[in-house]
Ligand binder design. Structure first.
Ligand SMILES: Nc1ncnc2c1ncn2[C@@H]1O[C@H](COP(=O)(O)OP(=O)(O)OP(=O)(O)O)[C@@H](O)[C@H]1O
Length: 298
């Protein structure tokens, strides 16, 4: 289990990560969202032990990450510019990681090289950016890490490759409970992958949610009455309310059946309860900081 508690990291005057606490359970996929400069990469570097936090703690299975070789054996970090040794081929990088990761699986490496149709004997620097990223995925998944940390992983991948990578990641999570932490500046890019979302803004996590709860818990209600509108909204958990002609449109939190039963008592002439898109939920949930979300929604 990943646990970051009250972590801070500054670069001279600039506080890139301010008192961040997150908690990621084994086998889950956590999406760290935020616009440019929000502090995502810095947080991922704290988690992978590249940086030491100025304050707070960063632990995996209860052990501090920084300078901890046994923990680093469990983590693979694909940075936004994936790391390769100069002049190395994919095969040579595989030998390098084989000497580092105790869980390295040669059969998996060969299998993934076929899936990605990768020329493993070619020097990596001669590949395009997208193919280099594919090589990074092959190497990462062959290392069989318990925790995979991905910084903007879909950058440079075409739509077919994105789909392939997503399904491989989901399989690894399902098969062996790998945990994934994934940063992105685009909610749409990761919403089908993540089960948990944290939104970072100016060095802080401003919203953290379980996506399934979020989707089942927030609804759009459209309702109209004959005559004056009864005082039904006072006892509802409203995120937003507006009137369009004679129809009231509300964004309501709560159980769908309970909301329906409650509203039906007032005998509306029109009543619809609709699901919201994730994008709508975030916009309504964010309220004051809604401006920060616009970038993330892309
Ligand atoms: N090594 C560094 N030295 C000085 N400042 C840094 C360093 N790394 C990051 N920063 C600053 O910290 C802040 C957060 O940067 P970070 O790269 O963590 O954000 P990000 O959310 O990953 O952004 P992006 O989506 O643009 O990659 C930025 O203001 C950045 O300029």
């Amino acid at each position: 289990m990943i646990k970051i508690s009250n972590a801070r990291k500054s670069f001279e005057e600039l506080e890139a990560v301010e008192k961040v606490s997150i908690h990621v359970n084994k086998g889950s996929i956590y999406g760290l969202l935020g616009s440019n400069g929000a502090g995502k990469t810095t947080l991922l570097k704290l988690l992978s032990g590249i940086y030491l936090q100025d304050e707070g703690s960063v632990t995996i299975d209860g052990q501090p990450v920084f300078e901890n070789t046994s923990i680093k054996d469990k983590i693979f970090f694909i940075q936004d510019n994936p790391f390769f040794l100069p002049q190395y081929t994919v095969k040579q990088m595989a030998q390098f990681y084989k000497s580092i990761y105790s869980g390295w699986n040669e059969d998996r490496f060969e299998e993934l090289a076929i899936i990605f149709e990768m020329d493993i004997h070619k020097k990596i620097h001669k590949f395009s950016k997208g193919i280099q990223r594919q090589a990074a995925f092959i190497l990462a998944l062959s290392a069989r890490p318990e925790i995979l940390i991905l910084d903007e992983p879909m950058d440079g991948l075409d739509p077919v490759m994105r789909k392939k990578v997503k399904s491989l990641l989901i399989d690894e999570v399902a098969d062996r409970e790998m945990t994934i932490l994934i940063s992105s500046h685009n909610l749409r890019e990761v919403e089908d992958l993540c089960d948990y979302i944290g939104i970072m803004h100016k060095g802080r996590i401003i919203l953290e949610k379980d996506l399934d709860d979020l989707k089942s818990d927030t609804h759009k209600v459209q309702v109209a009455f004959k005559g004056p509108v009864p005082a039904i909204f006072d006892s509802m958990k409203l995120l937003h309310k507006e009137k369009r002609g004679s129809i009231m449109i509300c964004i309501v939190k709560g159980d769908a059946e309970e909301i329906s039963a409650y509203v039906e008592q007032f005998k509306p002439v029109i009543f619809d309860l609709l699901p919201l898109t994730l994008e709508e939920i975030f916009i309504y949930e964010m309220g004051d900081v809604g401006y920060a979300i616009q970038n993330i929604l892309g």
